[in-house]
Design a protein around this ligand. Structure first.
Ligand SMILES: [Zn+2]
Length: 119
């Protein structure tokens, strides 16, 4: 692993409409094809944490919480560009567009079936 020399380096943020609690499909990588719920969106890194996706094992030393130490499994964040939002109606990953409702609320619309994704 290379050490990052420029700590303040600003990455371009990927334009993404994915939010916490969304159902997304992994489109590339080890977990390709899997569907999971978004636990957290890490905007500054353009990454997203998804339930039960990209599980990594951490070896831990014994501590107060875990006297035995050992291996802990947890999710590692994925690149935002590696996941796609699922449309519940199409039951497939879809592209979305934004639309403003009469009350001014911005919602996400499936480009395929025009169903509002934000319920
Ligand atoms: Zn749809």
């Amino acid at each position: 692993m290379k050490k990052r020399s420029h700590k303040k380096e600003v990455k371009d943020r990927i334009k993404s409409h994915i939010k916490k609690e969304d159902r997304v499909k992994v489109i590339t990588g080890r977990d390709r094809g899997k569907i999971g719920k978004v636990l957290k969106v890490i905007r500054k890194d353009n990454r997203v944490l998804i339930e039960n996706i990209n599980i990594v094992k951490h070896h831990t030393k014994p501590n107060a919480k875990n006297k035995q130490g050992g291996i802990i499994e947890s999710e590692a964040p994925l690149q935002l560009s590696n996941v796609m939002l699922m449309c519940n109606k199409c039951v497939s990953p879809v592209r979305i567009r934004m639309q403003q409702l009469e009350d001014g609320k911005q919602v996400r619309i499936c480009r395929k079936c025009s169903e509002i994704i934000d319920a």
